[in-house]
Structure formats: structure tokens, C-alpha cells
Design a protein around this ligand. Structure first.
Ligand code: C5P
Length: 297
């Protein structure tokens, strides 16, 4: 496939992936099953494992299904270049921190305010693209970024903010807001850092994703033991998993793969446009199909 086609295919798959992940998560949350709920920290680890396995398969395919060649690439690129591999610990650690910050944010802010504020990452991404990749944006491009950000924020603006904020104290809202703001910076930085590594070195995107995933797995397992160690000892790592949990895990793993492809073949700014399109799409599907959303006048 030509790289222009790959660019649009990867952006299209990202819109599909983000839309279906949001809708599946929403659906799985409304379904009340029996027994314990699945642990979010365990789902993160499962998605990371699935992502690594898929990337290993993709590298295997790229090397004409030869186990020997696969073994060579993985040894040479990952084990024999520890400094190169270690560079991926930076975006991986930042993504782990980001996922935790978003958890802090969601515990202290209502979902709508969180979503609106998190759109600021569109601007931080553009700023990091300009400063770290030397990208130049014209006046119209800056303007369209601002309009995009305002548009997405408006779509998600809480309809009755007084009600939404009822139980949240000013202090905890401040903590939540700070967490989102730091997450916006980390999202922009980690994305652009990964883009820089992908575009300035010649290793395949799948090898890079394995490196990123290995650190993600280590950090993720630490998360399981810190947050849910006792529960895992009691009911196991996969407590509460059902087919929907696996669907969410698979969609999350697909997300990691497709984000990497989008960053390689397009860029982080276009990624922002694609995920914004998916916010509009999921709002429409939620209204017309699931009858789950009442627009305000
Ligand atoms: O909000 P943002 O777009 O920064 O989120 C990106 C998400 O994609 C993070 O949760 C990160 O863990 C994930 N990711 C991934 N593989 C990549 C790049 C990002 O799983 N190569």
C-alpha cells in the first residue's frame, strides 16, 4: 500500500476504533453482571499483552514467517540495543502516569468537564509538534485547530453544570483540573516524542511498539500490585471478565496499534482531528441508534 493510502486507512481505522471503544465501554457499564467487576488495572495489562503479541506476529509476517529471522530481529533490535530500547521507557512511563492522572481527574471532576478540558491536548500536541519536530503551522492551520478545539468542547459541554458540580468541592475540582492539565501536556509530549523516534530512526513501527509495550506491561503490572494486589490474591487476575471485557481489551489493543500507525503514516495533529470526528460520530450513534443521548436545545 502506498504511504498516502496507509495514512487515510490508519486514520479511518482510528475513527472506527475510538468510536467503537467508547460505545462498547458505555454498553459494558450499563450491563450489570453477577460477581465481582473486572479490574481496570488488569484490563490494561491484558491489552498491553495482546498488543505485544500482535506486534510480534506482524514482525514475523514482515520477515516471511521465519522464526529464525524473527528471533534475530528481536534479539538485535531489543536486547542488543538496550539504550535504544530504554528510550521508549520515557513515553511508556509518561503514558502510564497519564492514565493514572486521568483516573485522579475522573475521581474529582464530572465526566463532561473532564472531557471538555482534556481537549486542550489538541493544542499542546500542536505546540510540541512545532517545538520538538520543527513543524510549521500557518495562520489557517492554527485557526482550524482552535475552531476544532472549541467545537469539540462545545459538543461535550455539560448541559446543566450546576447539577453536575453539586457534590464536588472547589478543592477537589482544583486537584482534578490540575490532573487533566498535566495529562494534556503529557499526552502532547509522549505522542510527539514517539513520533520523533518513529520518524527519525528506521526501525519498524511494530518493533518500536513492542519496546513501548514491554515497558507498558512492566508499569501496568506494578499498577495491578499497587492498586489491586489484595483483590487479585483473593479472586484472581481475570475476575469479572466476560465477552464484553475481552471486546474492550481487544479494542484497546487495536487502539495502541492504530495510534502507532497513525503517528507513523500521518501525525499527532491529524490524530487529534480523527479522534474529534469520532466524538461527533459516537454522539450521533448514541442518539440515533442507542437512544442514549438527549441533545439540549
Ligand atoms: O489521550 P492520548 O491520545 O494521549 O492517549 C493515547 C493512548 O494510546 C495512551 O493511553 C497510550 O497508552 C496509548 N498508546 C499506545 N501505543 C502507542 C501510542 C499510544 O498504546 N504506540
Amino acid at each position: 500500500m502506498s504511504s498516502t493510502r496507509l495514512k487515510y486507512v490508519s486514520l479511518g481505522v482510528l475513527v472506527f476504533q475510538t468510536t467503537s471503544l467508547v460505545l462498547t465501554m458505555r454498553y459494558s457499564r450499563t450491563l450489570q453482571g453477577e460477581g465481582p467487576r473486572y479490574l481496570a488495572s488488569s484490563a490494561v495489562v491484558s491489552a498491553e499483552l495482546l498488543k505485544i503479541l500482535t506486534c510480534v506476529l506482524l514482525v514475523y509476517k514482515d520477515h516471511s514467517f521465519s522464526i529464525r529471522a524473527l528471533n534475530n530481529v528481536l534479539t538485535q533490535e531489543i536486547i542488543n540495543k538496550p539504550m535504544d530500547t530504554l528510550k521508549l521507557a520515557i513515553p511508556s512511563g509518561i503514558y502510564t502516569l497519564q492514565n493514572n492522572l486521568l483516573y485522579v481527574a475522573l475521581s474529582n471532576l464530572d465526566a463532561a468537564t473532564y472531557q471538555v478540558t482534556y481537549q486542550l491536548k489538541i493544542l499542546t500536541t500542536a505546540l510540541f509538534s512545532v517545538s520538538m519536530l520543527g513543524r510549521r503551522l500557518g495562520v489557517y492551520q492554527w485557526l482550524s485547530l482552535l475552531i476544532l478545539m472549541a467545537g469539540v468542547a462545545l459538543v461535550q459541554w455539560p448541559s446543566d453544570s450546576s447539577q453536575a458540580h453539586e457534590q464536588l468541592t472547589t478543592g477537589s475540582q482544583f486537584v482534578g483540573l490540575m490532573a487533566v492539565l498535566v495529562a494534556c501536556c503529557s499526552s502532547g509530549f509522549a505522542g510527539v516524542y514517539f513520533e520523533k523516534i518513529l520518524k527519525e530512526t528506521k526501525q519498524s513501527v511494530w518493533v518500536r511498539n513492542i519496546q513501548l509495550g514491554v515497558f507498558g506491561l512492566v508499569f501496568g503490572l506494578m499498577g495491578v500490585f499497587v492498586y489491586d494486589g489484595n483483590r487479585v490474591r483473593e479472586y484472581g487476575m481475570f475476575q469479572g471478565y466476560n465477552h464484553l471485557t475481552w471486546t474492550v481489551v481487544a479494542l484497546q489493543a487495536l487502539g495502541g496499534l492504530v495510534i502507532a500507525a497513525v503517528i507513523k503514516y500521518a501525525d499527532n495533529i491529524l490524530k487529534g482531528f480523527a479522534t474529534s470526528l469520532s466524538i461527533i460520530l459516537s454522539t450521533l450513534i448514541s442518539y440515533f441508534w442507542l437512544q442514549d443521548f438527549e441533545p439540549t436545545r
